[in-house]
Structures are given as C-alpha cells and as structure tokens.
Design a protein around this ligand. Structure first.
Ligand code: PLP
Length: 399
C-alpha cells in the first residue's frame, strides 16, 4: 500500500522499458539478441579522460565540491562555450555543472515552472522532456515536426503554439530520435519568432553537438545574441566523450536562472561526482582528435544501414545528419501478418521484430511519432550488418 504522489502519478512509465526488459530477458535465456535500443556510444571513455578520473581518486579529490562544480571545470566549460560556440559566459555566475544533462533539464524546469505553465516540446522528442515537464506540474505542448521538413521545427507551427502561458521552448539539435540538425538558417527563423515573444525562454539541448556528419552545428544564443538573456544552453560529457556513466552535464545561462538551479541542486544532488568532474576537465581541455575518427565510424554505420533498410519492403528511411539514430517509418508493414501475429502499431512491429528476429528497436510512439522505429547504430559494424539482414528478412516475411 505505497502511497504514490500526485507528481509521480502524472508521469507515465517509460514505454522503452518494455522492449529493453524483453531484450534482457531473451538474452538471459541465451538468445542471440542484437540490442539497438540504447542511447549510448559503444566506444569506451578515451584513455586520457579515464586516467584523469583515476588520478583524481589518487590525489584525494573525493570529497564534496561546490554545488555548481569545481572552478577548474567551470572555467573549462566557459572556455568550451567560447571556443566552440562563440558564446561568452562568466564562469563564476553563468555556468553550472550538473549530475548529468538530464538533471540540468529537470533542475531548470523545477526551478521555473508553476502549475498551468506551458512548455513547447517539438515532436518527435527525447522521451524525458514531456515527463519532466509534467513532473513539475506544467503542461507539455507538443508541436509536430514533419518528415517532409526533415523533422525540423517549422517557425509557423511554433508561433501558433505560443500562448500567454508559454514559459519555455525546448530545442534539441542534433536531435534524438531523428538525428536532424537545425543549422543556422533554421535557427534564425525560430529566433525571429521568439523575438516577438519576449516572455518565452529557450532550453537548447546540445548534447549531440559533436556527433554530426553532414551539417554545421549552431546553437540559438549564438545565432541571435538578443536571446542569450533568456536561453539556457545545455550540454554534457555523455555523448561526446562516451561518459554516460560518469554523470556530467553543464549549462550556460543567465545568472538568475543559474542561481535558482544551484539552490535546487543544493537540496537534492549536492554536487556532481567529484571524480567525474576532474575527468571532465581533462575531456574539455584535452585533445579532441578522437572525435573525427569516431564520427567516421558512425557515418559508415549509418550509410550501411541507410543502404540496407532503404531497400527493405515496408520501411521509409530519412537520412539523419547527426546523433547515432535512424528514425524510420514502418507504415508499410502495418496491417500485415507475421506468422499468426497481425501488426497494427509500431509497438507491435517492435515487439514482433524482437521475438521473431531478435533485434531490439524502440517504437516511435515512445518519442511522440507513430508509426516509426528508432534504431541506435552505436554498435559494431558486425552487429549492424547482422541486424540489417534480420530486419530485411522480417520485412520480407510480413504478408
Ligand atoms: N538529452 C538527450 C537528447 C539525450 O538523448 C540524452 C541521453 O540519452 C540526454 C539529454 C541525457 O544525457 P545525460 O547522460 O547527460 O543525462
């Protein structure tokens, strides 16, 4: 007889968990499952970064730190924003380090939202945005991004969604799950809408900044300086440096918001892991040469899958410019049959694919867009080649 809070009651259990759990169960039974459902790079944390973490332990950096991060790391973050994004933030008052990027988003929302407030979330979205907003008692307002627009936010659709209750717009480029990139001209058009609505703030989730192939990264505060005073530029170590388990996110933004987030962290997470912070200093200040090599591997994997899945009956695949996901329509499979099973939804396609061919993908429904599937190609080329064969065979079996 656990009494669940109203806040938690507003949050739906993650629809991705069913597939992931099923994949784990099948693996435990000895089945040869290819799991392409997770959102983490398959590369290890680079050696020099891992060594900096080990050194931090040896040097005794194992106690509490400042809530918003050690000065060395805040300086490194400020230098990164200046170097990569041409953005100037004061390391003392306009930068915060958080326990993962996800907590930065939660802290920003929790620190600013009241019941009745609205947050514009373009769909397909990363699964956590709407639920974080709901957890905070506010309302996610979903704006559809269309495949024919390359899954980019249409400025007119944004304008139509803004109401007097809109507090935030969340942007994510390169995007999860679509891999779409909003380049400078796209962001310029979004900025022009926002300039007309001075009460709307922007949270830009730039966590896939360095996982990009055919496009040039830009972030909105860089494109329109006037928005900087109401933009939270969020980023982190997870995807760029293969540091998902280290839990380091960081933000640059107006000092008032940074102070509010610091207050929230002081009563919840305290500081981000001290050891991880020293590793992140090495990551941000160190050599970034490995990124080009990794992106080359990601691109080759993407191109292989685009080629294979592009020929699979029933699928319609868009070419992503970044992140490590393929997000494709499976509409052509709906209404078909595999064995005794009728495929009515993308959830059923994902389930059948897992049971019949032992490939774990996530349904588009989880990201607010049906009937689609998301495939993470953060896996070895051998696994992806085998997955491509299995998915094709599955599609061919649907009658
Ligand atoms: N934002 C997006 C779009 C993501 O895909 C993820 C992780 O999957 C995160 C944020 C969270 O990253 P972190 O590990 O820093 O919490």
């Amino acid at each position: 007889n656990l009494i669940v809070s109203e806040a938690l009651g507003r949050v739906a259990p993650s629809p991705t968990i069913a597939v992931s759990q099923k994949a784990r169960d099948l693996k435990a039974k000895g089945c040869d499952v290819i799991a392409l459902a997770a959102g983490e790079p398959d590369f290890p944390t680079p050696e020099h970064i891992a060594e900096a973490g080990i050194k931090a332990i040896r040097d005794g950096h194992t106690g509490y730190t400042a809530v918003d991060g050690i000065p060395e790391l805040k300086d490194a973050v400020a230098a990164k924003f200046a170097r990569d994004n041409n953005l100037t933030y004061d390391a003392g008052t306009e930068i915060a380090v958080t326990s993962g990027g996800k907590f930065a988003i939660y802290a920003a929302m929790m620190a600013t939202l009241n019941p009745g407030d609205e947050v514009i979330v373009p769909a397909p979205y990363w699964v956590s945005y709407p639920d974080i907003v709901k957890l905070c008692g506010a309302k996610p307002v979903i704006v559809e991004m269309k495949p024919e627009d390359g899954f980019r936010l249409d400025p007119q659709a944004l304008e139509a969604a803004i109401t007097p209750k809109t507090r935030w717009l969340i942007l994510n480029s390169p995007g999860n799950p679509t891999g779409s990139v909003m380049e400078e001209p796209h962001l310029r058009a979004i900025a022009d809408v926002l300039l007309k609505h001075p009460k709307v703030w922007v949270l830009t989730d730039d966590i896939y900044e360095h996982v990009i192939y055919d496009a040039t990264f830009a972030t909105i505060a860089q494109v329109e300086r006037k928005l900087k005073e109401r933009t939270l530029t969020m980023n982190g170590a997870s995807k760029a440096y293969s540091m998902t388990g280290w839990r380091i996110g960081y933000v640059g933004g107006p000092s008032s918001l940074i102070a509010a987030m610091r207050k929230l962290a002081s009563q919840t997470t305290t500081n981000p892991c001290s050891i991880s912070q020293w590793a992140a200093v090495a990551a941000l200040n160190g050599d970034h040469g490995f990124l080009a090599e990794r992106n080359k591997a990601f691109r080759a994997r993407r191109d292989h899958l685009l080629d294979v899945l592009g020929k699979a009956p029933g699928l319609s695949v868009n070419k992503p410019e970044g992140a490590f996901y393929l997000f494709f329509s499976c509409e052509g499979l709906l209404g078909g049959k595999v064995g005794e099973r009728i495929l009515e939804t993308d959830l059923e396609v994902a389930e059948a694919l897992l049971e019949e061919e032992l490939v774990a993908l996530v349904s588009g429904t989880a990201f607010g867009k049906a009937p689609f599937l998301r495939l993470s190609y953060a896996a070895s080329m051998e696994e992806l080649e085998e997955a491509g064969k299995r998915i094709t065979r599955f599609c061919e079996r649907v009658e």
